[in-house]
Design a protein around this ligand. Structure first.
Ligand SMILES: C[S@@+](CC[C@H](N)C(=O)[O-])C[C@H]1O[C@@H](n2cnc3c(N)ncnc32)[C@H](O)[C@@H]1O
Length: 227
């Protein structure tokens, strides 16, 4: 159960969000829309990331700086768990366990996000589906929470629309699957609400609507009091 905590409301102060494994900033954008001041960390340069950016190792960064933030989001790369990569598992290190350990040590509330294929690595994850947020795709993502924070998903609608086959333009009434070398980058930008991203970022991202939902739940669970 989510603990109610008092946090100080200082005029002009926005709660600080640490966005680990940030890529082009899908997750970040939802937290920013909910009023967070966002800092992202990625091992690779991310010139499209729209917020404060630090290039470096996410686990090292959270060990050193995690306690300076009000809430921490982590999206470790999913290649180790995805079906297509099962044969080359050893080429992709398990980052979920070390990330969890580092997050727990901060004493801050946090969320770890990953793909459905990583379900066995995550503890009691909540599933979010893009169709629940009015998008024309499903893109299930799992979210494990910790540090005294939990949240509930919105109502998960039945999957009635068929998925257009990969690499083909979306057929009328169908939903799209934005993975691999999908076609229709401009359509995906509109659908997922990520107009600044290229195909690489879209393939990897969480739609900002997911993290806006989580951020709103987090802010509602804290009683913000005047300083
Ligand atoms: C699945 S993407 C994150 C997507 C992002 N949450 C979003 O919504 O747009 C994973 C990212 O982790 C980065 N990455 C991989 N290993 C890393 C590490 N050790 N430290 C920091 N970033 C890392 C990759 O460069 C990639 O951009």
């Amino acid at each position: 159960m989510t603990q109610t905590t008092l946090i100080r409301r200082v005029p002009g102060h926005r709660p600080r969000l640490l966005d680990l494994f940030c890529c082009q900033g899908g997750a970040a954008s939802g937290y920013a829309a909910a009023g967070f001041d966002v800092t992202g960390v990625d091992i690779n340069p991310q010139p499209r990331y729209p917020f404060r950016f630090v290039q470096g190792d996410a686990v090292e960064y959270v060990r050193e700086h995690g306690a300076e933030f009000d809430f921490i989001h982590a999206s470790p790369p999913c290649q180790r768990y995805s079906r297509a990569q099962k044969i080359q598992r050893r080429d992709h290190p398990d980052l979920i366990a070390p990330t969890r350990a580092a997050l727990a040590a901060t004493g801050r509330p946090w969320v770890i996000e990953n793909v459905e294929e990583a379900a066995a690595e995550l503890r009691d994850p909540v599933v979010l589906c893009a169709a629940a947020f009015g998008m024309r795709t499903y893109r299930h993502r799992l979210f494990e929470t910790g540090g005294g924070f939990t949240f509930a998903s919105p109502l998960h609608p039945a999957h009635r629309a068929p998925l257009t086959k990969m690499g083909r333009p979306r057929a009328a009434g169908h939903f799209a699957h934005y993975v691999g070398n999908f076609s229709g980058v401009q359509e995906a930008r509109i659908d997922l609400r990520v107009p600044w991203m290229n195909r690489d970022g879209i393939r990897e991202c969480i739609p900002p609507a997911y993290t806006q939902w989580i951020a709103t739940a987090f802010r509602a669970s804290r009683m913000e009091v005047a300083a």
